[in-house]
Write a protein of this length. Structure first.
Length: 275
């Protein structure tokens, strides 16, 4: 047979009653947590009190609007246990009861105090803040590379227009690597690069930094000086390759490092993703 209203469950609940002994105050402790004034019936000298007007509740605290004397006969009936309540009790709602994506920014406090925060981008950790306030990020694309000769340091004579090929990565990460002697860009973004070169000649030295087949810096020229340093920022596209060419108008000797045990590093290229 059809049923109008809430479907009854196959269990029974008794209505609990609690006696309150007045002490001249207005605040008393309940035996059970209450979420709303309507969940209980309060009687003083056998007169039912009006919810929210004559009393209020908060958890297990009952607050009366007038002091209760020791001579008053007061008791509480927990009628909400049998007819239901309009609000769940404190600490009674689990994550399974909250709809996915239901909690919006409007429901969050403007200042939140968390310990050990992890922010994810997809399934990967994008940033972590530990309990001391230190910020940790995943390894960004970066590289520090040189050209090395394990037989000993020296210089490599390169003809005009030819490329100086870096062949040894000292440090790298985030997908940045060497490709045919140049640095391969793993992801589109703004990058910072520094190129430091030591030349065997004392004058008329020139370098060109090329992206693919086009020049970015056509002339990085130093006269009467063997050490050349170039720093720049530029937005690169994924798969771009940065190459360094000798464009001094003739053969030039560019120094390379010896074996790792020498701890000598001369001509280098380094860079990293800014954002």
């Amino acid at each position: 047979m059809a049923f109008i209203g809430n479907q009854p469950v196959e269990q029974y609940s008794s209505i609990a009653k609690q006696d309150i002994t007045g002490n001249g105050g207005t605040t008393y402790t309940l035996n059970a947590t209450v979420t709303s004034p309507e969940d209980i019936e309060v009687f003083i000298n056998h007169v039912r009190q009006e919810p929210s007007t004559s009393y209020s509740v908060s958890g297990t605290t009952l607050t009366l609007t007038e002091a209760l004397l020791s001579t008053d006969d007061c008791y509480v009936v927990y009628q909400g246990r049998t007819v239901g309540t309009k609000a769940p009790g404190d600490n009674t709602v689990g994550t399974g009861k909250i709809q996915a994506n239901a909690v919006t920014a409007a429901k969050l406090a403007t200042s939140l105090d968390f310990q050990n925060i992890t922010i994810k981008g997809g399934s990967n950790n994008a940033m972590t803040i530990d309990s001391t306030g230190r910020v940790f990020r995943p390894v960004i694309p970066h590289i520090f590379a040189t050209r090395r000769n394990n037989s000993g340091g020296g210089y490599l004579t390169i003809s005009n227009g030819a490329k100086f090929e870096f062949d040894t990565i000292i440090e790298s990460g985030g997908g940045m690597t060497l490709s045919s002697g140049g640095v391969s860009i793993p992801v589109t973004g703004l990058y910072f690069f520094n190129i430091s070169m030591l030349n065997n000649n004392v004058e008329n030295n020139e370098l060109s930094v090329k992206i693919g087949t086009g020049n970015y810096f056509r002339r990085c020229f130093v006269n009467d000086h063997r050490y050349m340093n170039v720093s720049f920022t530029k937005t690169f596209t994924a798969s771009d390759v940065i190459n360094v060419h000798n464009t001094g108008g003739g053969n030039r000797g560019w120094h390379y490092a010896g074996p790792e045990s020498d701890q000598d590093i001369y001509s280098t290229i380094s860079g990293y993703l800014i954002g």
